[in-house]
Design a protein around this ligand. Structure first.
Ligand code: R5P
Length: 308
């Protein structure tokens, strides 16, 4: 796989927190990932320095950074986009394996914003394209509905299924709620596993109630699969039910491990035997590599454009 010669020359720059994955992606694309420097001033402001390899030459330049813990990172990626345009980049894109703020996609209580749209609008001011993985989209179907930039969210079903097939045994895949249906079904089909779905009621940031249907007879082991683990409340609620129903070995796979410190240990105490994640956000649970998916999607994204 390499960047097509007909396409604009590709340059990839990454913030330190995403440099490891960016370097793998760059390696697959036959380019180098250049580091972006961030200086923190004593007053909390950031100064970003993003130096292009070939000053002035027209190119498709991609900034690589996951937007977990997003408030400061959002500003910093926009500063990087500005710096790159000032050096003559033909187009500037953002590769954010995790794209924060997608969950606040409606006014849940009077007086709230639709943060999802605000963040899309902000990123539109700096970027011509946005690529992410498993954006948390419930009330919209694709990112083209909120971005002016060419924006695309790609599914992590293939790398997860590949990982499951590569040796990890479990009788059953469990999705937390109806919203995960198409995704769980796709992973189960690719990995040749049975699956079931729960239904979820969220009472607060950390309190979640899950109801699970009757499990198929003889289930001894299960993988819970979710796009995000944040407070860990969703996984914990499912683990407790599976334990009550006599499932002996329980694992969880999440794409985006936004896990607060201590969450993995709490889940282990609840009875979770193994927690693995994709490597879009660096975390000790990373086991599923997103680099091939991202490299392929970067090439396709230029050829095909945004989600429609
Ligand atoms: C929600 O709809 C998502 O798919 C995840 O289930 C949720 O974000 C997990 O959050 P937490 O770990 O705080 O329960």
């Amino acid at each position: 796989m390499s960047a097509s010669s007909a396409a604009a020359p590709l340059e990839l720059l990454a913030f330190p927190d995403s440099l490891a994955l960016a370097s793998k992606v760059a390696g697959l694309l036959g380019v180098a990932a250049l580091p972006i420097e961030v200086h923190a001033f004593p007053d909390g402001e950031s100064l970003v320095r993003a130096v292009r390899r070939a000053q002035g030459e027209a190119a498709r330049v991609l900034v690589f950074r996951s937007l977990d813990d997003p408030n400061q990172k959002l500003l910093e990626v926009l500063f990087a986009a500005d710096a790159l345009r000032r050096q003559g980049a033909r187009s500037v894109g953002l590769v954010a394996p995790y794209l924060g703020y997608m969950r606040q996609d409606r006014v849940f209580r009077e007086g709230e914003p639709i943060s999802q749209r605000v963040v899309a609008g902000l990123l539109d001011t700096g970027f011509d394209e946005v690529l992410t993985v498993e954006a948390h989209l419930h009330r919209i179907e694709h990112l083209g509905q909120i971005f002016r930039a060419r924006a695309r969210s790609v599914s992590a079903a293939e790398p997860i299924a590949d990982w499951l097939r590569s040796g990890s045994r479990a009788d059953l895949l469990v999705g937390p709620d109806a919203e995960s249906l198409p995704w769980i079904r796709d992973i189960a089909r690719r990995a040749n596993r049975t699956w079931c779905l729960g239904s979820k009621t969220r009472h607060s940031d950390r309190e979640v109630r899950i109801d699970l249907p009757e499990l198929p007879a003889g289930v001894r082991s299960a993988w819970i699969i979710d796009d995000i683990a944040s407070s860990g409340g969703t996984l914990e609620a499912i683990v407790r039910i599976l334990k009550q129903r006599g499932v002996g070995r329980i694992g969880a796979i999440v794409v985006h491990p936004l896990l607060a410190p201590g969450t993995a240990a709490r889940l282990a105490r609840a009875g979770l035997d193994e927690l693995v994640s994709a490597d879009g956000i660096e975390h000790e649970t990373n086991a599923i590599g997103l680099a091939p998916l991202l490299a392929r999607s970067i090439l396709e994204h230029e050829e095909q454009g945004a989600d429609t």
